[in-house]
Design a protein around this ligand. Structure first.
Ligand SMILES: [Zn+2]
Length: 136
C-alpha cells in the first residue's frame, strides 16, 4: 500500500475543480440558450433575437468564461508536492485517454469529477496520490 499524503493546496484544487464544472454547465446552458433562438421571431432567413435573449446569452457567456478562466488560473497556481509540476494540467492527450471508461461515465465525470467524490486525486505527471483536506 502506498501512503497517501495530504495535499497542502486542497482548497485550491477543490475551487479549481468546481469552477471548471461550473464552466461546463455554463457551456451546456449556452447551448440551451442558443436553442431558444429557434423559437424567436424570424424575418425570412434572418433571426431577430429579442432583447432579453441578448442579455441572457451575454450573462451566461460572461459567467461561463469567468468560471473557466478562473478554474484554469487556479489550476496553474497548483504545484505537485512531489514533482513540482502542475498536477491537473496535461498537454498530452494520451494521458486523458488512458483510463478506459464508458461514455456515460466519462460524461458524468465532466460534471461531477470522481476526485471530488473520493477526496483524493493523482498527479497527472508523477502519478502520486494526494488526499484532499476536508474543509473544517
Ligand atoms: Zn507530480
Amino acid at each position: 500500500m502506498e501512503e497517501i499524503r495530504i495535499y497542502r493546496q486542497s482548497s485550491l484544487y477543490t475551487a479549481s475543480a468546481w469552477l471548471l464544472v461550473f464552466g461546463r454547465i455554463g457551456i451546456v446552458a449556452m447551448l440551451l440558450v442558443f436553442a431558444l433562438l429557434f423559437w424567436s421571431p424570424r424575418d425570412g432567413r434572418f433571426v431577430h433575437p429579442p432583447g432579453w435573449w441578448v442579455v441572457l446569452i451575454a450573462c451566461v457567456g460572461a459567467g461561463t468564461f469567468a468560471a473557466i478562466w478562473a478554474g484554469v488560473a487556479l489550476a496553474a497556481l497548483m504545484k505537485c508536492e512531489r514533482c513540482g509540476r502542475r498536477p491537473t494540467i496535461v498537454w498530452d492527450l494520451k494521458a486523458l485517454r488512458a483510463v478506459p471508461r464508458s461514455e456515460w461515465q466519462a460524461l458524468r465525470d465532466q460534471f461531477y469529477p470522481p476526485e471530488l467524490g473520493s477526496g483524493n486525486f493523482q498527479c497527472a505527471h508523477c502519478k502520486t496520490r494526494f488526499q484532499l483536506r476536508v474543509p473544517t
